[in-house]
Design a protein around this ligand. Sequence first.
Ligand SMILES: Cc1cc2nc3c(=O)[nH]c(=O)nc-3n(C[C@H](O)[C@H](O)[C@H](O)COP(=O)(O)OP(=O)(O)OC[C@H]3O[C@@H](n4cnc5c(N)ncnc54)[C@H](O)[C@@H]3O)c2cc1C
Length: 448
Amino acid sequence: MLLHGSLYRQLLRSYLMDNVPEIHCDLLVIGSGMTGMAAALFAANREIDTVQVGLAGELGFASGFLDLLGVHPTEEGRVWDRPWDGIDSLVKSHPRHPYARLDKKDMQAALSDFTSFLEANGLPYHTEPDRNLKMITPVGTIKTTYAVPVTVKNGVRAIAEKAPCLIVDFHGLKGFSGQQIVETLKKTWPKLITRRISFPDTTGELFPEQMAFSIEQPGRRAELAAAIIPHLDRVRYVGLPAILGLYRPITVFDDLQRRLDRPLFEIPTMPPSINGLRLKNIFGQALPRRGVRTYYQHKILSVGYRDSRGFRFDAGWEQPMLTIFSKGAILASGRFIGGGLAADRKQVRETIFGLPVHQTPVHLTGDRSGWHRKSFLDPKGHPINRFGLMTDHKLRPLGNSGKPTYPNLFAAGSILAHQDWVREKCGAGLAITTAYAAVKAWYRLNSR
Ligand SMILES: Cc1cc2nc3c(=O)[nH]c(=O)nc-3n(C[C@H](O)[C@H](O)[C@H](O)COP(=O)(O)OP(=O)(O)OC[C@H]3O[C@@H](n4cnc5c(N)ncnc54)[C@H](O)[C@@H]3O)c2cc1C
């Protein structure tokens, strides 16, 4: 007998709801952006029985640069060459900044564990002891950052030396313009030139992902090198958009560099970026191997608290497809884009637990003027960027009473209040170091 479509769907839905599988864990990490991935890694390092839920798309947008602290105070736009000195100054003048909750040794351990993991999984990073690096962005501005993929390292040297350098650009590739980079930098870097060439065996519009797949074939690399070599006269460095392989970037990079006989470097493209996708792939493959049970097609739909037994979460897409019983959780659900915070006309809400959010309440100003400034690019920044969760020194979100809402709930990353990671240039640093601190606090509380 054939069932009518809507009746079939209803029966299927009620069957699924009656048969939702249950899983148990010690720690649930909510979120799979930079913070969630870092938290799951640090939990795995401590052999904590961990489940991770979240949509992994956000990480694909990241440039792959790891900023720790670039700018402070943001109003003055002061750029720090030594990030740790910048952090000392920041926590002195902003004692509520999340960095003020952290121990410097833990922050250093967090960054070191994170980059060691990436290196062990085929994506080594380059840092210079205690110094920030300067690197080109896809629009030709210079960005201050703490760590870059090793495929970017020669670009840092080329900028410092203002050496004769060729930026290779491709017909059909959008979101990357060698001409724009040269135009922006020509006053300070006159020996920078660009050439636009055809990518081997393709016509029409090009996408970084498709190029990165293609270049993993040695034959394609030989063709690409042959197309670049005629432009190398008096060139000491060669910069390319970041398309040098998704799964084996170091093999691709070393091989092309050898063929060109020049130090080579990648420049991140506009998002989604290959550097971000490389990170996403590495975490997606390595975390399950380290024992983390990952659910990257699920989100948390509802939560219940069961006192000392911890939490019960319903996870799924639109309908619950999984029930998770967890002793504790780390909330790494991000801000407005990630979905951890949402705004209506009167307030900003935390979307999963309904936790209090530090904000300028509309009832005080009568409108949302306390959220914004009139000028889009106001050097003071917009107050809404500093809205978020307040925590105790263990990174447990505070309730209206000023005490932790739940003994075993921790928050990390961009959802935290009193930081403006975009303008302070501390996005990944904040994500990684607060994830480390939250996992450590959970571990201390639960391993007695
Ligand atoms: C375009 C772009 C460029 C960037 N460039 C840099 C850079 O150059 N240097 C740098 O240091 N940083 C950079 N960053 C920032 C950095 O990569 C992180 O995005 C940032 O630190 C915030 O990370 P997060 O994990 O806290 O939040 P998000 O990245 O927003 O992740 C939040 C996660 O929570 C999940 N989530 C939300 N609600 C739920 C729910 N109900 N259930 C389950 N999961 C949920 C989302 O699916 C997502 O996985 C960049 C970010 C972007 C977007």
